[in-house]
Design a binder for this molecule. Sequence first.
Ligand code: ADP
Ligand code: DP6
Ligand code: CO
Length: 319
Amino acid sequence: MTDKTTTAKAHTNIALIKYWGKKDKTLNLPTTSSLSLTLNEFYTETMVTAGKEDTLLINNMMQDPTRVHNFLDFLREEIEDFGPLTIVSKNTVPTAAGLASSASSFAALTAAVARHQNWDLSLTDLSRLARRGSGSATRSFFPGFAVWHEGTDDQSSFAEALPATDLPIALVVCEIAGTAKKVSSSDGMLRAMTSPKYSEWVEQSHDQFTAMQEAIADQDLQKIGELAEENALAMHELNITATDRRFTYFNQMTLDILAFVKELRTEGFLAYATIDAGPNVKIITSQDQAETIKNKLQEKFRKLRLQIATPGPGISFED
Ligand code: ADP
Ligand code: DP6
Ligand code: CO
């Protein structure tokens, strides 16, 4: 018995080309490759230590550990058996609100357990393992822009960093709701797959994935924004056209902010929206326009919580 503790920190990532569907639920293989930006301002820090049973504390509150326990059991089978763990985690991002808490938290947990158990694993191995906890977590090991290759099997589905760029991109994060969503990402995407538009979306997403990589290589922020907004809105169209219990993550505020983003563009600002599995809007802009856009939003929507996010680092450990 040891009371050694191990802590890992992973930043969240926001997909500019979204993952929204599974071609293999057991392996958690996505239907499309996706591309994201890791954020500096939002992260999860997770500490693991040996305990009596698998338990999970997030921001000092006990949580139902089922999802985490199932993931730990997968690691016990896949890599090497280990005893029960006490997991103490801190989210600087709202939990389950569409700001990618599952991405940063499963990346941090995978890294913390691997280090705790002295497993000698590459970042690719960690990315592949974290995929089984939450798909978006594959991308949270890497700084800046990351791509998750959809792959065809367990080995070939993992993420990697795109070559570093000095692209001065920023996101203005509009936190409309910090409370947990009713439809989890995992359920939402399965329902979206029943939309008659789904196969068309997959095809379109493949083209956008290639175009996005080109836009990043060209440092073309406007093109990045255009592609990201198009991709995100198409994803949400799948939700409202799903044959199995159609739904939406949008609320009135989401729509109002989307309209405001359009207005900003007519005023000459570089501003495009992306939205994940929740009502919150992230506005893609440049670092020099972010502050002005934030102020304009605050003036228009007095109670809205706003934060500027910039490209963030990959996984790290505390020793
Ligand atoms: P999000 O949009 O926040 O990623 P998801 O529905 O994808 O929402 O995932 C939310 C789930 O992720 C939570 O219900 C919980 O199971 C898990 N989760 C979030 N934060 C943590 C954490 N710090 N440690 C462990 N699991 C977490
Ligand atoms: C809209 O990674 O949370 O944020 O693999 O079922 O845990 P699971 O889903 P999750 O889905 C993220 C969906 C998204 C888009 C994205 O991050 O690519
Ligand atoms: Co998630």
